[in-house]
Write a protein that binds this ligand. Structure first.
Ligand SMILES: [Zn+2]
Length: 120
């Protein structure tokens, strides 16, 4: 799905209530698009781990406008599945596709200098 609004429409159809009951959750999950404009932004929150982070942000359940409690994790899972052909990727699967760069792992000399700078 291209837009968080469509995920919210899908949530309302599946779980009841109105799309706006779910909009904030889907906006949060797609908020990483503000830093990376193509589909790779999904590596940040569209994973098993991202689903649990979303639950920590919004709580275990939300109450929709029909008065029904819906687990946030189930809503987040719906979002990720809709963006990945039914699959929920793990963080490992996302990270596996990222090439290693030298800056990702500090050099021993940098670490030594850092430790010396904070030694008492
Ligand atoms: Zn998305």
């Amino acid at each position: 799905m291209a837009h968080s609004f469509h995920h919210a429409q899908s949530s309302a159809k599946r779980f009841g209530g109105e799309p706006q009951d779910y909009q904030a959750i889907h906006d949060f999950m797609d908020s990483s698009k503000s830093t990376y404009a193509d589909f790779r932004h999904r590596a940040i929150l569209h994973s098993t781990f991202g689903i649990f982070i979303t639950e920590q942000v919004f709580g275990v359940t939300i109450t929709n406008s029909d008065g029904k409690k819906i687990p946030v994790r189930i809503i987040a899972e719906q979002h990720v599945r809709e963006d990945h052909n039914g699959k929920i990727p793990t963080v490992e699967e996302w990270l596996h596709g990222i090439p290693m760069e030298a800056w990702m792992n500090p050099s021993p000399a940098f670490q030594r200098a850092l430790m010396e700078s904070i030694a008492e």
